[in-house]
Design a protein around this ligand. Sequence first.
Ligand SMILES: [Zn+2]
Length: 187
Amino acid sequence: MTASRPEPRAHCPLCKSRKIKRGTFTDSQTIAGVRFTAEVPADVCGACGESFVWINDVGDFETAVARQLALRSVCVGEAFKYMRKTLSLRAVDLAELFGVTPETISHWENGKPDALAFTLLGSMVLEYIEGQESIRERLRALRNPVAPRTKPVRLTPISARSEVHPAKQLDVTAQPAKPKKRSRSAA
Ligand SMILES: [Zn+2]
């Protein structure tokens, strides 16, 4: 689960000022034509105004975006790829789990994914946020069958989870992305 938040930086990496305050930074990402925005925790420099986000918080935002893609069934290739990367799965590994070729994964990610595969991958993302990997384990078991157990299986109750993943607490808004403008820096 997520570690406790680190202490604010001692000084600003840019201007070296020590006037660092806790604040927020508006992070956003556009995936498949949907713009996702959330306020993520940040250290804000009182001198130069620059915001600094910890890498864990960036990861939590990306996981929150993947969660939204799964919940909203944004069934397009870009979203499929984003969810796969959130799970740190290589295309070749996902292909093995799903029993398809890596070319099929590539085909889905560059076009329209299979709806059932998308839903399954989305469920893996939602499960990952809950700190579980049962779908992945069951798919792995399907691909690598073992002899049935002869010993009795002992059932243990699932204890209530007390911690909630930050990706579920981040208030992410989603709206249609504005048409892409040409970058000013592009000459
Ligand atoms: Zn500064």
